[in-house]
Design a binder for this molecule. Structure first.
Ligand SMILES: [Zn+2]
Ligand SMILES: [Zn+2]
Length: 186
């Protein structure tokens, strides 16, 4: 579990504490990402007492994962920055009717959820090993980053089923004509 001790910070408004944490990734963080996260998680945490029983927690760091390129299918290691800010209040707080705050009890704040959320949103939908990855040849499958091939430029595949259909009809038409001619001659 990623958690930060706040026993000192929570005593006085204006007080701050900065911690660098090195922990295994929370299970929730891994659950949100399709690629194996590389341990450990290194998270910078800044806790600030904003007064009124409110602690503002800033987290930031870099998440590394074993990714697979969406273009060339090669495995590679990706490193993505993440950050988040969240306000916490101790529970039960005095006159505590404001529901916009996250809660904590005792002398530590559990950061699993905020870290997991931040890591989850840091991953883009498509991962490429590098911005100019050339990908694989759709004909022979060769990795265009590593070599070249003599394949014809990829045809527009959308029309392939239609081309087949047209060829089929042409063939039927020819056979029909042949039959007709055959009959006429007979
Ligand atoms: Zn690639
Ligand atoms: Zn090729």
């Amino acid at each position: 579990m990623v958690e930060v001790r706040v026993s000192d910070v929570k005593k006085w408004a204006g007080r701050e504490a900065a911690v660098q944490m090195v922990e295994p990734w929370p299970e929730d963080a891994q659950a949100r990402v399709d690629y194996p996260l590389i341990n450990p998680a290194q998270v910078r945490v800044l806790v600030r007492n904003a007064g009124g029983g409110t602690l503002v927690v800033d987290i930031s760091g870099q998440v590394k994962a074993k990714a697979v390129c969406d273009r060339c299918a090669e495995p590679f290691q990706i490193a993505l920055p993440f950050e988040a800010t969240e306000e916490f209040r101790e529970e039960p707080g005095p006159n505590d009717e404001n529901l916009d705050y996250s809660r904590f009890t005792g002398d530590a704040i559990d950061l699993d959820e905020i870290v997991s959320d931040a890591v989850g949103v840091s991953f883009p939908i498509a991962l490429v090993c590098r911005p100019d990855c050339k990908g694989l040849c759709p004909v022979c499958g060769i990795n265009w980053n590593e070599s070249t091939c003599q394949c014809a430029p990829p045809a527009d595949n959308r029309w392939a089923p239609l081309d087949k259909l047209v060829a089929h009809h042409l063939r039927q038409h020819e056979e029909l004509e042949r039959d007709k001619n055959g009959r006429t001659k007979a």
